[in-house]
Design a protein around this ligand. Structure first.
Ligand code: IMP
Length: 448
């Protein structure tokens, strides 16, 4: 029996969708624990592309149970759209999907507030997905949020909408000079959503623990990535949830002792979408080449992703936070054409403003862990190790021995540098374009 968490080790978009899809074969239950429809998990099956935002990608496999946990924030309209889209393509969605009654609901006013506050930030904007994610989590923490269970009680729901809008409308009108939102319209729209969603709502905390007690294998599907985690990411340029492993416990009601392993999904280079520091970013034609070859455009917003070299400083941080038991290295084939490949091993920081908190304050120092002062992080220059490229296609390779020797050396170098084993290497977008050295859902066995 194995209950495994799949977590992004960078700024999201590491290719978790494909890895989760691959591991799903050996799982009984697939559960999401945080985030919302800001996520976009792309899976390609028999040349058909599926992009999932809220529903775990396990839904694409028959006979699997999917759970959306209490840590997720749900836009009911977006969820229903996703359900409709899947059904339209012949994917059954019914008793195979459970939604936590405690998950918070994204309301139209969350989206309105987010858009206005992003505009007001000007150049300092976070670059959010504009889906109302942050404000929904704000309401959750402020204890004024609306939960899925409230959709089942129209009186409670109506009262909450009215109370919340009396505050929000004041803000919209007075602070942002924007139009007020009509509570009656919101109420009617959401009661329609409620009708369609009530059959899926359950106490998923009890349910998932029952499954585990019966010996079912659970795959916990992370969204976004560790460097976007609200506590452990590059704050404030983060999402508003716990994207790292801790989110599993709070976002599903699962005890840490029930987790058997944590698989890191690491892209063979780095990408970031939205604002915030990115020390290894390539703003030249090499960055463009990675974007082009990797199809690096947001699955949710279509925005071009910023691209750069692999960053071991960020990865060390992610390894410490998550206690990864192995790595799934994705998109190796995107590097196929490159003459040289670089890996950032540390950051160099010159400290003219005496901002650094280390013992060398005011002088130059090297960081092997991420500094949390954003002005320091923005001033960091990457120190690189250069490796040879392989200049040959690795697309679709399925055995380690078939990799060009330089590609193998790149994988070995990552393992040595980070002191962690690579379990899976993805060599293309399709389901079977992968080298599996160890399947974490199948226990400890390694196939070298
Ligand atoms: P939010 O999650 O919409 O609040 O956006 C906050 C930050 O997280 C922005 O930089 C987004 O681009 C980023 N972000 C949110 N979801 C994803 C994702 O699934 N992949 C990559 N970046 C994301």
């Amino acid at each position: 029996m194995a209950n495994i968490v799949v977590v992004g080790a960078q700024w999201g978009d590491e290719g978790k969708g494909k890895i989760v899809d691959m591991l799903t074969e050996n799982a009984d239950v697939i559960a999401r624990y945080q985030g919302g429809h800001n996520a976009g998990h792309t899976v390609v099956i028999k040349n058909k592309k599926y992009v999932l935002h809220l529903i775990p990608s396990g839904i694409l496999h028959r006979g699997k149970t999917c759970i959306i946990g209490n840590g997720v924030v749900i836009d009911p309209g977006a969820l229903l759209e996703e359900i409709r889209g899947l059904r339209h393509r012949g994917i059954p969605v019914g008793r195979n999907l459970f939604i936590s009654e405690s998950a918070h609901v994204i309301m139209p006013y969350h989206i309105a507030i987010e858009n206005k506050s992003e505009q007001a930030r000007g150049l300092k904007k976070i670059g959010t997905t504009g889906r109302g994610i942050g404000p929904a989590y704000v309401d959750k923490m402020a204890r004024s949020g609306i939960r899925m269970i409230d959709l089942m009680d129209s009186r409670v729901f109506k009262a909450k909408v009215k109370a919340n809008l009396s505050e929000v409308n004041y803000l919209l009108e007075r602070r942002y000079r924007a139009e007020k939102i009509n509570p009656g319209k919101v109420y009617s729209k959401y009661m329609k959503y409620a009708e369609a969603l009530i059959p899926f709502i359950a106490d998923t905390g009890v349910l998932i623990n029952k499954f585990m007690d019966k010996g079912k294998d659970v795959l916990f599907e992370g969204a976004q990535g560790t460097l976007l985690d609200v506590d452990h990411g590059t704050y404030p340029f983060v999402t508003s949830s716990s994207a790292s492993v801790g989110g599993v416990c709070t976002g599903l009601g699962v005890a840490p002792t029930k987790i058997d392993g944590v698989l890191a999904v690491v892209k063979a280079y780095t990408t970031r979408v939205g604002g915030g520091p990115f020390p290894t970013e390539l703003k030249d034609k090499l960055g463009k080449l990675l974007r082009l070859r990797g199809g690096e455009y947001g699955a949710t917003t279509g925005r071009p992703r910023r691209c750069g070299w692999l960053d071991a400083v960020g990865l060390r941080h992610a390894i410490r936070i998550n206690g990864f038991s192995g790595i799934a290295l994705t998109k190796l084939d995107v590097l196929d054409e490159l003459e040289k490949i670089k890996v950032c091993v540390a950051y160099r920081y010159e400290d003219p403003y005496k901002l650094c908190s280390c013992s060398r304050k005011g002088r130059a120092c090297n960081f092997t862990d991420i500094p949390h002062n954003n002005r320091v992080l923005e001033g960091c220059k990457p120190l690189y190790k250069e490796l040879s490229g392989w200049k040959r296609s690795t697309r679709g390779i399925r055995r380690l021995r078939d990799l060009p020797k330089q590609a193998r050396a790149y994988v070995d170098y990552i393992e040595d540098l980070l002191n962690i084993r690579v379990d899976v290497i993805s060599t293309g977008a399709k389901r079977d374009e992968v080298i599996v050295l160890r399947n974490p859902m199948k226990g400890k066995k390694r196939y070298r």
